[in-house]
Design a protein around this ligand. Structure first.
Ligand code: 2P0
Length: 321
């Protein structure tokens, strides 16, 4: 029997956002979401059987972290009273800064742990497990274009991700403008819980998601860039509007974030195929056709307050190394 397994997974960026839960304990989203998986922003995770049986250990970028969230996910895959593990995880991009490190992290974890424990599950079944670590992680099981289904069953058995198209269907590129490398002040989980509890716009936001999912799926199937740009920017702005209306209001953006949004809108008005999306942090992700990526990167690099610009094509789903 193997004593360790290693998997890698790309981060994903939602074009139709997830923000709110129908069950916090089971981590079931209130609505579906739709994402693209990124090739160049990646987590590599090794799960090893621990020589000491006492407790799981978790190291992120070489530093010991609280292992409890990792244990909860490992317990869904290992036999009762099965061996404890050491988990070593490394991101090649800033952690906890709104770049979906928990998504790629839990996706790589479930693929590695399933292999180590000899659990033979497909990507859909693994997405159900990854979701319990982090809702967005379910989507990193798949490459290219992916939809997360909220499901209706109380236990969440029908809450899973689905691969829509491989990356080759429509090879978009993503240019990420990093405006702050530090961890965000309010985690996604806390931010969405606060929005659910206090924002008068939360219900209105959730009600718009099914329509946006249908529009985005249709735009991707037809490779209709303008249609995808319209629904993706709308989804991101509505998510942030619901969060801004929480009490106290959640303000994830800084001045450079806002400057990037205007720059992307100006580029598109001038004929460049690019749109923006923003997650629970100050970074701006500009999604574009490949021929526009150089121009978009040059434009965002020149903006005051942009610390670094990353470029990535779409990539494959989580996989064993
Ligand atoms: C998304 N985000 O759809 C949205 C947009 C952030 C903003 O999914 O509580 O870390 O672990 O399920 O997955 C980030 O939330 O939250 C996220 P939990 P998660 O990408």
């Amino acid at each position: 029997m193997a004593t360790s397994a290693t998997a890698r997974a790309g981060a994903n960026i939602a074009l139709v956002k997830y923000w709110g839960k129908r069950d916090a304990r089971l981590n079931l989203p209130a609505a579906g979401s739709l994402s693209i998986t990124l090739a160049a922003l990646e987590t590599v995770t090794t799960v090893s059987l621990a020589p000491e049986p006492a407790a799981d250990e978790f190291f992120l970028q070489g530093r010991a972290e609280d292992a409890a969230p990792v244990t909860r996910v490992l317990d869904l895959l290992r036999p009762p009273a099965g061996p404890r593990c050491r988990v070593d995880s490394a991101n090649n991009f800033p952690t906890g800064a709104g770049l979906a490190s928990s998504a790629s992290g839990y996706a790589a974890l479930v693929v590695a742990a399933a292999h180590l424990f000899g659990v033979e599950l497909g990507a859909r079944e693994l997405s159900v497990i990854a979701r319990q670590g982090s809702g967005s992680a379910a989507r990193s099981l798949f490459g290219g274009f992916c939809q997360m289904h909220a499901g209706e069953l109380p236990g969440g058995e029908d809450c899973h991700a689905e691969g829509l198209f491989e990356a080759s269907h429509w090879p978009l590129e993503v240019v990420v403008a990093i405006t702050d490398r530090g961890p965000k002040a309010v985690s996604s989980r806390d931010g969405m819980n606060l929005t659910m509890a206090t924002s008068p716009y939360y219900r209105a936001w959730v009600d718009t998601v099914p329509g946006d999912l249908a529009l985005a799926r249709e735009a991707i199937a037809r490779r209709d860039f303008e249609a995808l740009a319209a629904v993706a920017e709308s989804s991101a702005l509505k998510m942030h509007a619901s969060a801004l209306a929480a009490s106290p209001g959640l303000l994830y953006w800084n001045a450079a974030t806002m400057a990037c949004l205007h720059a992307v809108r100006q580029l598109r008005a001038d004929g460049t195929p690019v749109f923006f999306t923003i997650d629970a942090g100050p970074q701006v992700k500009a999604v574009c056709l490949p021929e526009a990526a150089g121009r978009v990167a040059t434009m965002l690099t020149a903006i005051n307050g942009v610390r670094e610009v990353l470029r990535t094509p779409l990539g494959p789903g989580a996989r064993l190394v």
